[in-house]
Design a protein around this ligand. Structure first.
Ligand SMILES: NC(=O)C1=CN([C@@H]2O[C@H](COP(=O)(O)OP(=O)(O)OC[C@H]3O[C@@H](n4cnc5c(N)ncnc54)[C@H](OP(=O)(O)O)[C@@H]3O)[C@@H](O)[C@H]2O)[C@@H](O)CC1
Ligand SMILES: Nc1ncnc2c1ncn2[C@@H]1O[C@H](COP(=O)(O)OP(=O)(O)O)[C@@H](O)[C@H]1O
Ligand SMILES: [Mg+2]
Length: 280
């Protein structure tokens, strides 16, 4: 099995210049679901990343305790109470891409919300399953819905989802489990690996300056924003993974630690560079 490094040429194929004849509806509807009373920051960071990645319209469904904080940080986001089951289902149905799990919590409340998402999501939609949602799928052996599924586990979440202990997470074992689960698996670690349809890609970048809470929540939001805009779902995932760590690597030249929200603020500048014709 050959491992393909993610290249900048791949990103240039995905991140197209915006067309003059377009509007916010052209760039996708992103719905993010998560953030219980304890983990509000996770969904705020995911939302921030989705908006800075250029999603046309973003709605966040979260615990009411997080609404003021989210609005204060990101007035661009629309917000809905995650106890409003009817509204949640409507917003999932209307989304281009859905991110579920950052800070959702793996208790009964989180389980009820995840089941509602799985009930209404459909084949043409992208569904990114992160954080607590991965744990809930693993713990309750949930049936996966027909959708363009993207899982974003760290190594412990991958252990829970695949049953492979971290020490035995070899390329061969991971690919076998990924084929069984289906969809795109983004196994997050130093040099994150992405499995899709028997292919394996590796992120050449990344730094321990990224090892701080919220970094994965930010990546989940980026993948949401990228897949909402770009029709090539695998290409969008690879581009998001690459830019996420490229920004961190650049900031880490002069900084001991890189904050997730600092990464989000840089995303539009990097996307612009990849959308321009190559000069040399
Ligand atoms: N500000 C907020 O609101 C934040 C909210 N968050 C939200 O919290 C929820 C729980 O997510 P979680 O990732 O914090 O907890 P969990 O899934 O139990 O994993 C930790 C366990 O796994 C182990 N471990 C082994 N390998 C590992 C690896 N490569 N990467 C990471 N861990 C690894 C690790 O080992 P140890 O640290 O003990 O060595 C530990 O035992 C989720 O919804 C998330 O979105 C967070 O994003 C933080 C900011
Ligand atoms: N040492 C490291 N080298 C490269 N990337 C790292 C390192 N540590 C963490 N990361 C990256 O940070 C993110 C951590 O994700 P995750 O554990 O889900 O964070 P959280 O749930 O706190 O938001 C992943 O994208 C991972 O690749
Ligand atoms: Mg995480």
């Amino acid at each position: 099995m050959s491992i393909q490094p993610i290249t900048e040429a791949m990103l240039r194929n995905v991140i197209a210049p915006r067309l003059a004849d377009s509007h916010k509806g052209t760039y996708g509807r992103l719905t993010l679901i998560g953030g219980n009373a304890q983990f509000g920051g996770a969904i705020i960071m995911a939302t921030t990343a989705g908006i800075y990645s250029g999603a046309g319209l973003t709605t966040t469904i979260t615990d009411p305790a997080n609404v003021t904080a989210l609005h204060t940080r990101m007035p661009e986001a629309m917000v809905v109470d995650f106890n409003n089951q009817a509204k949640l289902k409507e917003l999932v149905r209307g989304a281009t891409s859905i991110v579920v799990g950052p800070g959702l919590g793996n208790d009964d409340q989180g389980l009820r919300i995840l089941k509602d998402v799985f009930e209404v999501v459909s084949e043409k939609q992208v569904l990114i399953i992160d954080g607590s949602a991965i744990d809930l799928v693993a713990t309750h052996s949930l049936m996966l819905p027909a959708a363009k599924l993207i899982f974003t586990p760290h190594e412990m979440e991958w252990q829970r989802l695949s049953g492979i202990p971290i020490a035995e997470q070899t390329v061969a074992n991971n690919l076998q489990a990924a084929a069984k689960i289906g969809g795109i698996i983004v196994l997050k670690k130093h040099h994150t690996q992405i499995a899709s349809d028997g292919q394996l890609f590796e992120n050449p970048g990344g730094t321990p300056a990224m090892a701080t809470g919220g970094m994965g929540d930010t990546l989940a939001g980026m993948i949401g924003g990228f897949t909402a805009q770009f029709a090539d779902t695998l290409g969008a995932v690879l581009a998001a993974v690459y830019i996420h760590s490229q920004i961190a690597d650049d900031l880490a030249h002069n900084a001991y630690v890189v904050l997730p929200t600092q990464i989000s603020e840089e995303i539009p500048w990097y996307m612009k560079q990849y959308s321009l014709p190559k000069t040399n």
